[in-house]
Design a protein around this ligand. Structure first.
Ligand SMILES: O=C(O)CCC(=O)C1=CC=C[C@@H](O)[C@@H]1C(=O)O
Ligand SMILES: [Mg+2]
Length: 378
């Protein structure tokens, strides 16, 4: 497969509501979409999940743009790629920058599936034709508002409720939620807001029969999580600490975690995500697919990955309407009674809503094999 053209779009989409975590609040999403074209004119699409600022990880939209433009695009143009699994190997001499790598690799996976007349789910070895999904809810200053928000999503049939917690907004909030929703599968995501010294407080969360506590401690830690897990009844789920199969193996061998939140961008792409999935299945460690407030392109990749057999816990892939008035794909991602039907069209399975795509594009850079970039500011 010869990639003959790569287009990078800087996107700006306004979320319906502000999203607050233990790091802060934002409502406008600036991100990159990447289109890879082959010699037959097929297009594959990938999405960068890096945020505008390095609050979730060290990567940002700008570091991704730099890595993709200056390092990854030239490598792709120089190589005839027979299978997308080769891409992570071609990028392996470049340190980290997983979200940048994943953006390019994801577009090539989509392109490969289309060329071979397969859905992306089939290309990955997926076995499901519909997936169960949960919903992730940001921090609400008013707990009564949080309760109303949760009630709405429970009503819509989402299979699991994830709420953010942080010091001062944890045991009290979970107690009120549990009182209102005694039987709803519920979890808490701390985004590294706690330290080992908070162990007595974290143990209080055991009262609420949570399905897991996600990333309670530092974002680069597996040692303190290994000390914390034996003290808790509730399983720990790691997100930010896991960037690769090797990280997963070490965390599992240390006993730092019992569940893994797999995010395609965080681990460097679909090939590495599959390796983590397969290892966790051998180790009887359940996995689920995390979200990064993606547009429909990233959402489509998450849906395809979630068709793999060990994605046995509901993930964070909500419908397009969770965040967007209008998505860049057609049809949009729809959740019905907590399920998403896996699309049957080739590749990511959704078409591009060109009108919306162009409306939300701030700038587009075009790279062709024989030329340098030609920018088209919009
Ligand atoms: O995409 C979604 O709907 C879920 C997003 C989400 O919960 C997160 C995105 C990024 C950082 C965190 O706030 C949180 C997470 O860590 O999973
Ligand atoms: Mg998380």
């Amino acid at each position: 497969m010869k990639i003959t053209e790569i287009r990078i779009r800087k996107m700006k989409m306004m979320m319906k509501k502000p999203f607050t975590t233990s790091f802060g609040t934002f409502q406008e999403k600036d991100f990159l979409l990447l289109e890879a074209k082959d010699e037959l004119g097929n297009s594959g699409w990938g999405e960068s999940v890096a945020f505008h600022s390095p609050w979730y990880s060290e990567e940002t939209l700008e570091t991704n743009m730099h890595m993709i433009k200056d390092f990854l695009v030239p490598i792709v143009f120089e190589n005839d790629i027979r299978h997308p699994d080769e891409v992570s190997e071609l990028f392996s001499h470049l340190r980290k920058n997983n979200m940048a790598k994943s953006t390019v690799e994801g577009a090539i996976w989509d392109l490969y599936a289309k060329r071979n007349k397969m859905t992306l789910a089939e290309a990955l070895g997926g076995t499901r034709n519909k997936i169960e999904v949960g919903i992730s809810i940001g921090i609400h200053e008013d707990v009564n508002e949080l309760i109303d928000t949760v009630a709405g999503f429970v009503e819509e049939g989402y299979k699991r409720i994830k709420v953010k917690i942080k010091p001062g907004y944890d045991v009290n909030v979970m107690r009120e939620l549990r009182a209102k929703f005694p039987d709803v599968p519920m979890m808490a995501d701390a985004n590294s807001a706690y330290r080992l010294k908070d162990i007595d407080l974290l143990k209080q969360l055991d009262e609420f029969n949570l399905t897991m506590i996600e990333q309670p401690l530092a974002s680069d830690d597996i040692i303190d999580h290994a000390k914390l897990q034996p003290e808790l009844v509730t399983p720990i789920c790691l997100d930010e600490s896991i960037h690769s199969l090797e990280d997963t193996r070490k965390a599992v061998e240390l006993g730092s975690t019992k569940i893994i939140n797999i995010k395609i961008g965080r681990v460097g792409g679909l090939t590495e995500a599959k390796k983590i999935h397969d290892y966790c299945m051998e180790q009887s460690i359940p996995v689920w697919c995390g979200g990064m407030l993606e547009s429909g392109i990233g959402r489509a990749h998450n849906i395809a990955l979630t068709t793999l057999p060990n994605f046995i816990l509901p993930g964070d892939t909500a419908g397009s309407s969770r965040y967007w008035e209008e998505d860049v794909i057609s049809p949009e991602v729809i959740v019905e009674d907590g399920y998403i039907t896996v699309p049957e069209a080739y590749g990511i399975g959704y078409s591009i809503n060109q009108k919306a795509m162009d409306k939300f594009t701030v700038e587009e850079l075009i790279f062709r094999t024989q030329q340098t970039a030609a920018g088209t500011g919009q």
